[in-house]
Design a protein around this ligand. Structure first.
Ligand code: PBG
Ligand code: ZN
Length: 323
């Protein structure tokens, strides 16, 4: 008989033969930034996602830094809509980036228009013509995204992270960064981002739920793994430095496939809905929050992700989650 259980006889053996871990540096917390000061708006109806102003963000960032984080992901949620705000050097997003200057953290700034458009779509909507249906105007959107990325990098973001899923945006962003002398900025592209049911709470926190239609015209069909590989290949060709895969738990196979095929860093995003599933089940007393969080993070790492953006990250520095 083959006794595989030999490895599991004692606590120290369990520790010794552990294959995967979740170092603190691999966890990237994500924050929603709003206008104002002194804001710390906990959203219990969204499992504790929190909106911060630039000053409270800095406090939170310092806490993350002290807790072992090396990077943060920033989403600005400006009160005033209109895509013209997205490209300004003094936009809320740029001020949030600047507010974290000197923390020692790598600042990853989201690049997308859904918090700026009036209808919540990730790009400019056109109504369609000649009997063709409406949709996002890809190329007009890409022009704005490129300038938005350059503005964020100019404000100090070490990483820009386009999450819009338009075609050609990585190349356009690279060109805009080079144009502005910001060529050392890393591009973390959401290469394989599915049109997912797991973004619900994020859209409340980011105030970016589409007011009409859905995102299936630009985000990917969750059924398509081969297409995800094409998206990744395209983004790498266009100059992406790192890949984002999202959601994480429903795409573990694709994370593993991408890991085997490309040697760039892979980041997985455990989205707000993935977080909420666990947070709410734990709140209802059905599962253990810390154990479930740890198990999901481990499995995402085991699939091959280098970094994981997760709303559980602050649990680590609060002491609620031991990795
Ligand atoms: C918007 C964006 C979304 C997320 C990251 N960027 C939501 C969406 O596409 O609707 C998801 C984040 C999360 O679920 O936590 N471009
Ligand atoms: Zn968007």
């Amino acid at each position: 008989m083959r006794r595989n259980r030999r490895f599991r006889r004692t606590e120290s053996m369990l520790r010794l033969f552990t294959e995967t871990d979740v170092p603190r540096r691999s966890l990237v917390p994500a924050y929603f930034i709003v206008d104002g000061s002194g804001v710390r708006r906990e959203m219990p109806e969204h499992s504790g996602l929190v909106q911060l102003s630039c000053d409270t963000l800095r406090d939170e960032a310092m806490r993350a830094r002290d807790g072992g984080a090396e990077a943060i992901m920033l989403f600005a949620v400006p009160t005033e809509k209109g895509v013209a705000h997205a490209t300004r050097g003094d936009s809320l997003a740029c001020r949030a980036v600047a507010a974290c200057e000197g923390t020692g953290l790598v600042r990853m700034a989201d690049v997308c228009l859904c918090s700026y458009t009036h209808d919540g779509h990730c790009g400019l909507w056109h109504e369609g013509n000649h009997g063709r249906p409406g949709g996002v105007d890809n190329d007009a959107t890409v022009d704005i995204l490129a300038d938005m990325a350059a503005a964020l990098a100019g404000a100090g973001a070490e990483v820009v992270a386009p999450s819009d899923m338009m075609d050609g945006r990585v190349a356009a962003i690279r060109a805009a960064l080079d144009r502005d002398g910001l060529g050392d900025t890393l591009v973390l592209s959401y290469a394989a981002k599915m049109a997912s049911a797991f973004y619900g709470p994020f859209r409340h926190a980011a105030e970016s739920a589409p007011q009409h239609g859905d995102r299936r015209g630009y985000q990917m069909n969750p059924a398509n793994g081969r297409e995800a590989m094409r998206e990744i290949a395209t983004d790498i060709e266009e100059g992406a430095d790192m890949l984002m895969m999202k959601p994480a738990l429903t795409n573990l196979d694709l994370i593993a496939a991408a890991r085997a095929r490309w040697d760039v860093p892979i980041v997985a995003y455990q989205g707000a809905g993935e977080y909420a599933m666990i947070a709410e089940a734990a709140r209802a007393g059905r599962i253990d929050r810390a154990r479930a969080a740890r198990e999901t993070l481990l499995s995402i790492r085991r699939a091959g992700a280098d970094l994981v953006v997760s709303y559980f990250a602050p649990d680590v520095w609060s002491g609620a989650l031991t990795l």
